[in-house]
Ligand binder design. Sequence first.
Ligand code: GLY
Length: 438
Amino acid sequence: MSLKKTVLIIGSGGREHALGWKFAQSSFVEKIYFAPGNGGTGDIGDNVTIDVTDNDKLVIFAKEKRIDLTFVGPEIPLVNGIVDEFEKEGLKIFGPNKEGAQLEGSKVFACDFMERHGIPYPRSFTFMNPDEAKKKLKKIGVKKSVIKANGLAAGKGVILPESERHAFDAIDDIMNKKIFGTAGNKVIIQDRIEGPEVSIIAFTDGKTVIPLVPSQDHKRIFDNDKGPNTGGMGAYAPVPFITSQDLKVIQKTILEPTIQGLRQEKIIYKGVLYAGLMMTRNGPKVLEYNVRFGDPETEPLMLLLDSDLYELSMACINGNLKSDLVKTKPGASVCVVIAAPGYPGSYKTGQTINGLNNINKSNVTIFHAGTKRENNNILTSGGRVLGITSYSTNIQKACDDIYNHVLQYPFNKKSIYFPGMHYRHDIGWQALKYDKSN
Ligand code: GLY
């Protein structure tokens, strides 16, 4: 493969900054564009103001700039069929096509698919009628149920009801008030199962599927997993309580049957397959599929990836993925997300972030998410603002580097700071508890 390749990364989050950071280390890559990118991605490439949903403009841009590889970060363009549009024009793009992206775009599709292929998932019922959904909730017991909107809902479409009122309000919001639009035309009522959650994020060329090390997200806003769900407040990898035997089971009962099932159904699926699992007493079960990298899981995963991301991505696209292309560094990585005041509700933007240039730990990388550059300042522009990510020999040390050095309290003039910023203080707690008890 010749050098001097140009890459276009679609998206604007911490995930895309982390992917760009990794592409910038590739021996093949000379130039990176981000559409639209954020206040941090501009330091490693050029930000271009094209919306992630504007397939036509993205195709024109990729042709004009002779992009060698387009890498899609978020799910919305994949579900909108961006891969099909690029491939029609002979452009190389990383991600599944529109049909494959239904695994994330429709929970009903995903459950029906798992049923057809014997992939373990919680017992599920689909409803188009809100009254029937409520009847089923009463029958199962609201506290034993999970309510899921069928379509994409920016991570807010999964509800664990605490009372009948809560459950019925959620059904009304989703199905009658349509707070998620057509994503709420159908709902799934699922059995609430128990166990730790883990994200298995794998590369695939449509035949071979190779996971990265397991990672774990922290979805609730407050410490001790309290408060409403968010897009993810932090993540770490690897997950020490996932054994090599667990990984074999996940490979044989989930990853391989998924890829084989897609092939049997004549769906060409290339890119990333993300299985959101619950490790139950009866083995791993799929809570959700995602068809792209997770955010914030990508941030620690990129710090741990010991492969050339361009070479690996092209192997997926060209159908020659091999296990020796997916290499992981020893050690561990942790990401703590800094959020804007008010997040995950309505939040403030436009605040100046101080202290970004004062980090003097070489193993800590600041990935930007909801930020923008204005003159010489970095301002907040989203709910999840930064992902402070460290790489060290183990989870405890990686946590200490963030909590004892970068986010040291009380803040001083040099600290990373903007008024009202907040973050969780317990990222990695399940790993640390497991390590202590072993
Ligand atoms: N971290 C969860 C997600 O990316 O959907």
